[in-house]
Design a protein around this ligand. Structure first.
Ligand SMILES: Nc1ncnc2c1ncn2[C@@H]1O[C@H](COP(=O)(O)OP(=O)(O)OP(=O)(O)O)[C@@H](O)[C@H]1O
Length: 353
C-alpha cells in the first residue's frame, strides 16, 4: 500500500434488495435501491461521518463496508485490496482490522457471557494470544474505555446503557482494528450519556489512530465527532466535505434543509437574522421507485427541468474548499448560501468545565 492509498476506497457502491412476488411461481418483481452508486474514501486515522434521514441507506452502507452484505455493484478496496466480492478466506485477516459498533448495546452483548468472555471473544475466534495473556489484555481494554478492570467477571445486565456501549467499544478494540464502522452508536442512549460515549470514541480515534465511519442521523453528534461528513439522501451521497466547510457553507439544497430545520410540510425560505430556515415539502420518496435524475428534485425548491433527466454527479463547486463535492446542478448559478446555525450537542458532564 502506497502512502497515498486510502485505507478504504469505495466507488460506485450499490446495493439493491430484490423484492419477490407472484403466484404460484415467486420471482423478482422489483428492488429496493437502498444504496445506489456511492463514491467516498477514508484515510488512515480519519473519521468520516455519514448522515441522513432514516431509510437513506446509512446502515446498508456500513454493512457493505464490513462485508456483512454482498454488494450488488461497485467496488470496495481496503488498503488497496479489492474486497468487493471477497470470500471467507480472503476476508479473514481483514475482518479483524475492520470492526463494527452497533446501535443497541443491549442487543449486541450476549447476556449469558461475562464481560471478560465478551471482550476476549474476538481474540479467541481469531486465535490471538496477546503478550501477557488474554485476561490481562481485556483488563487493559476495560481501562481504556473507562470501566473498572475489576468488573471482568460481571454480566451485561449489571451495567448501565452507556457502560454497555463502552463494553461494545472494548470488544471492537480487542483486535487492534484499523477501521471501525460505528452505526448509530449513541442514538439508543440517554442524551446525557451520549456525549460521554462520543468523547470516548473520539479519544480512541485520536490516541489509537483508528479510522472511523460514524453513522448517525443526528447532525450534532456527527459534527462533534467527524473530520469529514457525507450527507446521504435516498441511497446517494449528495454532498461530502470537511466538517467545518460542510456545516459552515453547505451547498446542496438537501444539506441546507437538513441543517436549518426539521423538515415540515411546506417550502419556505425565511431570512431570519441572516440565517435561512428551510422547510421541505412532503415525504422521502420510496427507494423502490426513486425519482429519475436527481433523487431530491421532488422536494427541492431549486429544481429545474434538467434535474428530472440528469443525475448530477459529485463535483467540486467553485468557491468551496478543495474536496468539498456536491451532487447538484443549481450551485452553478447559486447565491452564496447563508450560514446555518450549528446544532448543539449536550455537554458531557465529565468534561464540562
Ligand atoms: N434486508 C433488506 N431487505 C430489503 N430492504 C432493506 C433491507 N435492509 C434495508 N432495506 C431498505 O433499504 C433502505 C435503506 O435502509 P437502511 O437501514 O440502510 O437506512 P438507514 O439510513 O440506516 O435508516 P435507519 O437509520 O432507519 O436504519 C430502506 O428503505 C430499508 O427499508
Amino acid at each position: 500500500m502506497s502512502s497515498t492509498t486510502p485505507l478504504l476506497d469505495v466507488s460506485g457502491l450499490t446495493k439493491h434488495f430484490p423484492i419477490k412476488g407472484g403466484f404460484p411461481i415467486r420471482r423478482t418483481i422489483g428492488a429496493v435501491q437502498a444504496v445506489d452508486g456511492l463514491d467516498f474514501q477514508v484515510a488512515e486515522g480519519e473519521s468520516l461521518g455519514l448522515v441522513g434521514e432514516s431509510g437513506c441507506g446509512k446502515s446498508t452502507t456500513g454493512r457493505l463496508i464490513t462485508r456483512l452484505l454482498e454488494p450488488t455493484g461497485g467496488r470496495i478496496s481496503y488498503r488497496g485490496e479489492d474486497i468487493t466480492h471477497a470470500g471467507r478466506r480472503q476476508l479473514k485477516p481483514i475482518r479483524s482490522e475492520i470492526q463494527m459498533i452497533f446501535q443497541d448495546p443491549y442487543a449486541s452483548l450476549n447476556p449469558r457471557q461475562t464481560v471478560g468472555k465478551i471482550i476476549s471473544g474476538p481474540m479467541e475466534i481469531n486465535d490471538i494470544h496477546p503478550a501477557g495473556g488474554r485476561e490481562a489484555r481485556v483488563r487493559e481494554l476495560l481501562e481504556i474505555v473507562g470501566l473498572n478492570p475489576e468488573h471482568y467477571n460481571r454480566f451485561p445486565h449489571e451495567f448501565s446503557g452507556g457502560q454497555r456501549q463502552r463494553i461494545g467499544v472494548a470488544r471492537a478494540l480487542a483486535l487492534e482494528p484499523k477501521l471501525i464502522v460505528a452505526d448509530e452508536p449513541v442514538s439508543a442512549l440517554d442524551v446525557s450519556i451520549q456525549a460521554q460515549v462520543v468523547n470516548l470514541l473520539q479519544k480512541v480515534q485520536r490516541d489509537l489512530g483508528i479510522a472511523f465511519v460514524f453513522i448517525a442521523h443526528d447532525l450534532a453528534v456527527v459534527r462533534h465527532f467527524s473530520q469529514r461528513v457525507a450527507v446521504m439522501y435516498l441511497g446517494r451521497i449528495v454532498e461530502i466535505a470537511d466538517r467545518d466547510d460542510l456545516y459552515g457553507n453547505p451547498r446542496h439544497p438537501y444539506t441546507r434543509a437538513l441543517l436549518s430545520a426539521v423538515p415540515e410540510a411546506t417550502v419556505q425560505d425565511e431570512g431570519v437574522a441572516g440565517r435561512e430556515r428551510i422547510r421541505l415539502v412532503g415525504d422521502v420518496p420510496s427507494p423502490i421507485n426513486p425519482p429519475t435524475g436527481c433523487r431530491f428534485r421532488t422536494r427541492c425548491w431549486k429544481a429545474t427541468e434538467k434535474c428530472a433527466t440528469e443525475a448530477p454527479p459529485l463535483v467540486q463547486v467553485e468557491g468551496n474548499k478543495p474536496g468539498h463535492l456536491t451532487a447538484c446542478h443549481y450551485p452553478e448559478t447559486a447565491d452564496v448560501p447563508a450560514t446555518v446555525p450549528a446544532p448543539r450537542l449536550a455537554k458531557d458532564p465529565e468534561t464540562a468545565a
